[in-house]
Design a protein around this ligand. Structure first.
Ligand code: DLL
Length: 433
């Protein structure tokens, strides 16, 4: 078995707890003194940094919610001056505003370290050629994996997302042994390679590291068969760091959390109380070493469970089971996070639309599709067809720019969309993952 950093990945759990406790104590002191939001949250519940001595004290600390990030947009929760920030990333907020995160040079190095550990645990080495088809940009997938792969000393092909024909050519010609992208895009690529007549044996790939969206064991089996690879799962979220918070090893029995950098808890999403060990619940992360954008008890809304048994690979770190869903209504469409509330916010900007809309999500040829249907008002409906087409195009352009995703928009007749007596249901997700 190969490790990137055996000392931390295989640390006896009692030693790990001591390390986590020491780091947690320092973290709480740092955020109390540098992030007004945290000082206020702690004051509100009457605790001081001195009250937190060990990992067990973590439940005394308040949670951090996505709305806290939105309310301190853009830089209000940074714990260092902007002059010390080296990189900024962002991801979808629940409405128009993005959630912004900042990294110091040391944070970027820690991130690359976590990714390098994950890639090595999947079987990638410094001699590998890694094709990265996660998007590069504000999304953490591309650049996050990239820096880890470079730290590892691999030859990195920063293909980014899109332009499938070019991706196929690069894979045929450069013969990478590893690929990193969303699992749905990997399936799409697999089918394009098959269409060109390439058999799994002829495809150079040996390992795939897939994440950023939920995927099933059935998808894993299909990817492994079609590409002739070992398909590993990688987890992360921009708020906490990006990809690499946890990653499977080549045994593929849960994602190892980099616990020297993160404390992971599982709580009951309704009550906020910790669940019994091994029970499912919402994942909550505390960042132990981050300087730019530290978080305590960040509620991810991802539902999963933890396994603390030592893995056969030798790693002692807790393992996250494939997330089984979310406790909120966030959708992940082609790797992009979409909240129905973002769509609603855009729709109400336009006159002529009634407050009835539906979002239809599907997966066609391994491609996620999203169509927004919105009713017109009676007054608008009686207007000219050209005006209807024009409004459709304007809504589409606005949604595409806000979501960063190509969506279909259809204006429908007044009264045509379903009405609900109780809680309105705005999303029909027909994807079979
Ligand atoms: O998706 C970071 C990432 C990039 C992870 C590349 C892995 C690979 P966000 O865009 O902030 O960050 O989205 C985070 O995506 O809360 C989960 O709901 C979902 N997610 C991420 N990885 C997985 C996974 C990146 N392996 C949100 N399985 C998270 C299921 C995942 N869901």
């Amino acid at each position: 078995m190969n490790y990137w950093n055996e000392h931390f990945e295989c640390m006896p759990r009692d030693e790990l707890r001591v390390l986590q406790s020491r780091r947690l104590e320092k973290l709480v002191d740092r955020i109390y003194n540098n992030v007004p939001l945290y000082r206020k949250k702690m004051e509100d519940i009457g605790i001081e940094p001195g009250d937190i001595r060990t990992v067990d004290d973590i439940t005394k600390l308040p949670f951090t919610l996505k709305t806290d990030l939105r309310d301190s947009y853009p830089f209000g929760m940074f714990a260092v001056p902007l002059s010390e920030i080296n990189r900024i990333h962002a991801s979808s907020g629940t409405t128009g505003k993005q959630t912004v995160v900042g990294y110091t040079a040391r944070d970027l190095d820690t991130w690359a370290e976590c990714v390098a550990r994950g890639l090595v645990s999947c079987g990638i080495t410094g001699r590998s050629i890694i094709h990265i088809a996660y998007g590069y940009g504000l999304f953490t997938g591309g650049l996050g994996i990239h820096n880890g792969a470079e730290k590892l000393g691999a030859a990195v092909v920063p293909a980014s997302s899109g332009n499938t024909a070019r991706q196929v050519t690069l894979i045929e010609d450069f013969r990478p042994d590893a690929i990193c992208c969303t699992p749905s895009y990997a399936l799409f690529l697999a089918e394009e390679l098959a269409k060109k007549g390439l058999t799994p044996e002829e495809i150079s790939l040996k390992v795939g590291v897939f994440g950023a969206e939920p995927w099933s064991e059935a998808m894993r089996a299909s990817l492994e068969e079609k590409l002739g690879i070992i398909a590993c799962d990688i987890y992360g979220l921009s708020e906490v760091m990006g990809p690499g918070v946890a990653c499977e090893c080549s045994l593929r029995k849960g994602m190892h959390v980099q616990e020297d950098h993160f404390i992971v808890e599982v709580i009951n999403p309704e009550t906020g109380e910790p669940v019994a060990p091994g029970e499912p619940g919402e994942l909550v992360f505390t960042t132990l070493t981050k300087q730019g954008f530290p978080l305590i008890r960040y509620r991810t809304r991802d539902i999963s469970r933890l396994n603390y048994e030592k893995c056969e690979c030798g790693r002692t770190t807790a393992r996250i089971e494939k997330p089984s869903g979310r406790s909120d209504d966030m959708l992940i469409i082609r790797g992009v996070n979409v909240f129905p509330s973002q769509v609603e916010t855009v729709l109400i900007e336009f006159g002529g639309t009634a407050p009835y809309y539906m979002i239809y999500v599907d997966r066609v040829d391994n491609h996620d599709t999203m169509e927004v249907q919105v009713e017109m008002t009676e007054a608008f409906f009686s207007d000219k067809i050209s005006e209807i087409n024009n409004l459709e195009a304007r809504i589409k352009a606005r949604l595409n720019s806000i979501l960063g995703l190509n969506v279909k928009v259809k204006l429908t007749e007044p009264g045509s969309l379903p009405r609900f007596e109780g809680k309105a249901k705005h999303v029909i997700d027909s994807r079979k993952i």
